[in-house]
Every structure is written in structure tokens, then in C-alpha cells.
Design a binder for this molecule. Structure first.
Ligand code: HGY
Ligand code: MN
Ligand code: MN
Ligand code: MN
Length: 399
């Protein structure tokens, strides 16, 4: 159970806090996943997009109940975001076997590749490709900071990139997908519940702001003669915070690149990436419009040429009520009412929900912190998550 898996989970979860897609750390986690699958006699599969599957029962029978998450991370991410869902899936299967349940449907555990998008800049690549929400052409254009393309990265990791593409047959054989995930916030801590059920994922997107100015000498160029993109970038970061606060939304500039990036050279180009999210589309649109307007005004004032590119977008996901209510019923028992909560974090479950009945379980994170090594879930809550997941899987795949 969780206690037996935890050391393994920590091994998988913390193969360095930079578990980027197709790197050695990711490969390490993938090898761990395959070993977990084969040590349980599960049928191991690698699908056409590099997602990993571990099957109990016939993968082709249809109406499968699938659970899992991802093992990759953001830069210096945590040990729980992703791995908790995968480790708990194996632990939940162990629990079901201990209960001696009779499976009436195939059950699968998955590791979706490149969920965080830390290396190529697009989140949920493995699940988007499978669900046909990322074209092969677009996938081939994805490049990392060293100019390595996604297909090149897959190939150097020993995977055949020529097969990537939509996988409708595979998804059509799934009757329900359940993703268990560490909560990325403190709602469960504040309501004193170890687990919760997801209601929705906020609409969210990523935009790249290119501020083109004029490189010049930091020690000889008068302030009034400057076309300094760093100034306009900084003013835009402040504007983003203001627009988000006014709208009760979220806007984050957390990644920036500067050319030529010299201490004594006014930059020629500052590139900033905006991540923005809101509870509904209208609010998100309002925030982006406000930030864009402020950025353009700032740019005009300083003689900066501004180009804005939307790099990704995920519309709001309302998790299907039927399956969500089914989970609430399966989990009720002595637990009483399970909190139902929305999230601003994107997940593979959000992508798959367009093709497959999908639900999410959250496990309490008392720090509320995520995308940081400070991310945490207490062992008792992890065990509560495993038991809850096992109860859900038993209710869906064993009756
Ligand atoms: O960005 C997200 O919300 C997710 O962790 N990929
Ligand atoms: Mn994440
Ligand atoms: Mn995650
Ligand atoms: Mn996610």
C-alpha cells in the first residue's frame, strides 16, 4: 500500500526536480512505471504518443476504467504534482486485489507524457495528441530552449516520433477516466477534508509578449534617448497584476528572456510569457484585453515595438455531472459529504474530458503550495486518497 510504495514513489517523483519530457529524469520515471506494471503482471503498453499504460484485463475489450496522471514536472517542481496520481493508482490496484474484488471491466493505469509543458512550452502534449487537440504539424514545430524539436527529443530518448497523432480508437475504449491529484491550493485544508472532487478547471492560456527596443550602452545613453524594452516589460508585469486583481482572476509573468542579456547593455529584445486564468471565459477575456491595452500604451510611450502571440489556450472544463455525482455517491459512506471544488490548474483529465467521461479526486495539501519542492501531502491523506480511489475504481470496474 502507500507506505510500501512511498519510497518507490519518492524515487519516481523526485528523480530530480526537473523531470522534463524525454530527458534522463523522465526516462527514469518511465522505467519505474514499466517496472511497477510488470511486477504486478499488468500488460504494459506504450501508445503512439509515448503515453504509458498498464492494463489489468483486455486492453481491446472496451468500456475500460482508467486512472493515472503524469510523472514529469515544472522546473524545480514538487514530488506530488503528477506522481501522487500515478503512485496512488498502483496502490489502489493493490488495495483492490487485497479486497479480492472481481473485475467486470478492464482497468488501466496511465502516465501521460509531458503534462507540464516545461520543456516545449505546451502543457498536456501526450493527452492533447491522443485526443486530437494538438496537430502533428504543430507538435513537430515544438522546440525546447536549445532548439531541439519534440520529435528529435523523442527519438533521442529511443521513441519513434513518426507514430504521433490522434488515438480515437484507444480513447473510444475508455468508459471512465479518473485522475487523482494533489490539491494545488488550500481549500481542503481550510474545510478540514483529506479528499475532494473536482467540479471544473478554469479557462487558462499562455501568451508571449515580444518587446523589441534598441540595444545601446548602459553607461552613455541618456534616459530620454532610450528605447528600453525592459522598462515596458516591467510596466506590463505591474499592469497584469492590476488587471487580474480588479477582475478577481490570475495573471503571472514568470518566464522571461532578454537579448543580449548583458549587465551594461540596454536590451534589444525582452520576451515575457504570461499565464492567465479566470473562473469564466468573459473574465479571462477582460483581463487579457486589459493587459494587452496597457502593454500597447506602455510600448507606444517608450517607442517599443510589441508583438503578442497566444501560445496555448484551454477552455473551461466542467466535469460531467453524472460521473462526478457517481464518485460522490461511491465516496459518501462514513466520509459524509465530499467537498466539490474548482481549480485553476490544468490537467490531462481536462484535456481528456472532451473525449471521455472524466472526473478528478484531490488530496489535501496543507501548504497549498505547488510547482515548488515545498508541495506536500501528509502520508495519512495520501492513504485516504488511495482508499478513496480504490472505492471509486471498485464501484466503477467491479460491479
Ligand atoms: O499549468 C498547469 O496548470 C498544469 O500544472 N500543467
Ligand atoms: Mn502541474
Ligand atoms: Mn499535475
Ligand atoms: Mn496539470
Amino acid at each position: 500500500m502507500w507506505r510500501d510504495l512511498a519510497p518507490i514513489g519518492r524515487h519516481a517523483a523526485t528523480r530530480g526536480y526537473r523531470r522534463y519530457a524525454w530527458t534522463a529524469a523522465d526516462q527514469d520515471c518511465r522505467a519505474w512505471f514499466r517496472a511497477q506494471a510488470e511486477s504486478r503482471g499488468l500488460t504494459y503498453e506504450l501508445d503512439r504518443n509515448g503515453n504509458q499504460w498498464a492494463w489489468q484485463g483486455d486492453p481491446l475489450a472496451g468500456d475500460a476504467v482508467v486512472t493515472g496522471s503524469h510523472l514529469d514536472s515544472v522546473p524545480d517542481g514538487g514530488a506530488f504534482d503528477g506522481p501522487l496520481g500515478v503512485v496512488s493508482s498502483f496502490a489502489a490496484l493493490d488495495e483492490l486485489r487485497r479486497r479480492g474484488v472481481e473485475f467486470t471491466k478492464p482497468l488501466a493505469i496511465t502516465n501521460f507524457g509531458d503534462e507540464e509543458g516545461a520543456r516545449f512550452g505546451l502543457a498536456c502534449v501526450g493527452s492533447r495528441l491522443a485526443a486530437g487537440q494538438l496537430t502533428v504539424a504543430k507538435a513537430h514545430e515544438l522546440r525546447d530552449a536549445d532548439g531541439i524539436t519534440l520529435p528529435q527529443a523523442m527519438e533521442s530518448a529511443g521513441y519513434d516520433p513518426s507514430t504521433i497523432g490522434p488515438d480515437p480508437d484507444r480513447l473510444s475504449r475508455i468508459g471512465a477516466f479518473i485522475e487523482l491529484h494533489v490539491e494545488q491550493g488550500r481549500a481542503l485544508d481550510l474545510t478540514d477534508h483529506p479528499i475532494g472532487i473536482a467540479s471544473a478547471i478554469w479557462p487558462h492560456g499562455r501568451w508571449r509578449f515580444d518587446f523589441h527596443g534598441e540595444a545601446n550602452h548602459a553607461g552613455t545613453t541618456r534616459l530620454e534617448d532610450r528605447r528600453d524594452p525592459m522598462l515596458t516589460y516591467a510596466e506590463t508585469v505591474v499592469a497584469a497584476r492590476r488587471e487580474a486583481r480588479l477582475a478577481g482572476a490570475l495573471a503571472t509573468f514568470a518566464k522571461v528572456s532578454v537579448e543580449p542579456n548583458g549587465v551594461n547593455a540596454i536590451p534589444s529584445l525582452v520576451r515575457g510569457w504570461l499565464d492567465s486564468r479566470a473562473a469564466d471565459q468573459a473574465t479571462l477575456d477582460q483581463v487579457i484585453a486589459g493587459i494587452e491595452q496597457a502593454a500597447r500604451e506602455n510600448a507606444t510611450r517608450s517607442g517599443i515595438d510589441l508583438r503578442i502571440t497566444q501560445e496555448s489556450f484551454t477552455p473551461v472544463v466542467e466535469f460531467e455531472h453524472a460521473l462526478r455525482d457517481e464518485l460522490a455517491k461511491l465516496l459518501h459512506g462514513e466520509r459524509g459529504d465530499i467537498p466539490v471544488l474548482g481549480t485553476g490548474a490544468g490537467h490531462d483529465a481536462g484535456i481528456l474530458s472532451a473525449s471521455v467521461p472524466t472526473a478528478m479526486l484531490f488530496v489535501r495539501n496543507p501548504t497549498g503550495i505547488s510547482h515548488s519542492p515545498a508541495e506536500y501531502a501528509a502520508e495519512d491523506d495520501c492513504v485516504a486518497g488511495v482508499i478513496a480511489l480504490a472505492d471509486v475504481l471498485e464501484g466503477l470496474a467491479c460491479t
